[in-house]
Design a protein around this ligand. Structure first.
Ligand SMILES: Cc1cc2nc3c(=O)[nH]c(=O)nc-3n(C[C@H](O)[C@H](O)[C@H](O)COP(=O)(O)O)c2cc1C
Length: 185
């Protein structure tokens, strides 16, 4: 197939849809984020790229803590709302019921089946966005989405984000760290 050049852009095929929780001026705020991933295994770390102008960035900078909350496909409306309205303009504290875990300043959204408490490890200034890297100090999960002690995406049914649209997770098509063995000589 002939290749075409598309110019530089921060493209990823699919991304998660998460809610970043942070206390801003002592009040819980939730912001939708898709630019997030795992950063490290030991210690366990995740990272999320947040535009410097976000209300959420202010809260993370105030407390050095944040949360990542995984919403389900039934929460598309709440998730999208938190991504189109800023806590600087509208109070988003009531969109979810907040609770706190080990970190007393990282609000966790009760209605989301999985909540990660994160202690800020480092923030990297990349330009428009700060990459917040957080150490996961605890994961809270609804009992009914856990299989063998781990969050189970077939039970969570998280929202996949791509191309300004939301998708369900599709069918399993293979087994990781295993299928490739067939190619080995
Ligand atoms: C699907 C989706 C994904 C988004 N991902 C990000 C992201 O990764 N980083 C970011 O800074 N903003 C992202 N946004 C935009 C913020 O969520 C949005 O500006 C929000 O209103 C900020 O809220 P806040 O000002 O209360 O922090 C996303 C929005 C949507 C709808």
């Amino acid at each position: 197939m002939e290749k075409v050049t598309l110019g530089p852009m921060p493209f990823m095929s699919v991304m998660p849809t998460l809610l970043v929780g942070a206390d801003v001026d002592g009040k819980p705020n939730y912001m939708t984020a898709a630019w997030a991933t795992v950063a490290c295994m030991a210690p366990p770390m995740v990272c999320v790229a947040i535009n410097k102008i976000r209300h959420t960035a202010k809260g993370i900078d105030q407390n050095n803590t944040f949360s990542l909350n995984i919403s389900t496909s039934k929460q598309v409306i709440e998730s999208d709302y938190c991504g189109i309205v800023s806590g600087a303009k509208e109070d988003k504290a009531g969109v979810f019921t907040s609770f706190y875990g080990k970190l007393k300043t990282a609000p966790l959204a009760k209605e989301c089946p999985v909540n990660m408490e994160c202690k800020l490890f480092q923030s990297v200034d990349c330009g428009s966005h700060l990459l917040y890297i957080g150490e996961v100090v605890e994961i809270h999960a609804d009992k009914d989405v856990v299989t063998d002690g781990k969050p189970d995406i077939t039970k969570i049914n998280p929202i996949v984000y791509a191309q300004s649209a939301y998708f369900d997770v599709g069918e399993q098509i293979g087994k990781a760290f295993s299928d490739g063995k067939q190619f080995k000589k």
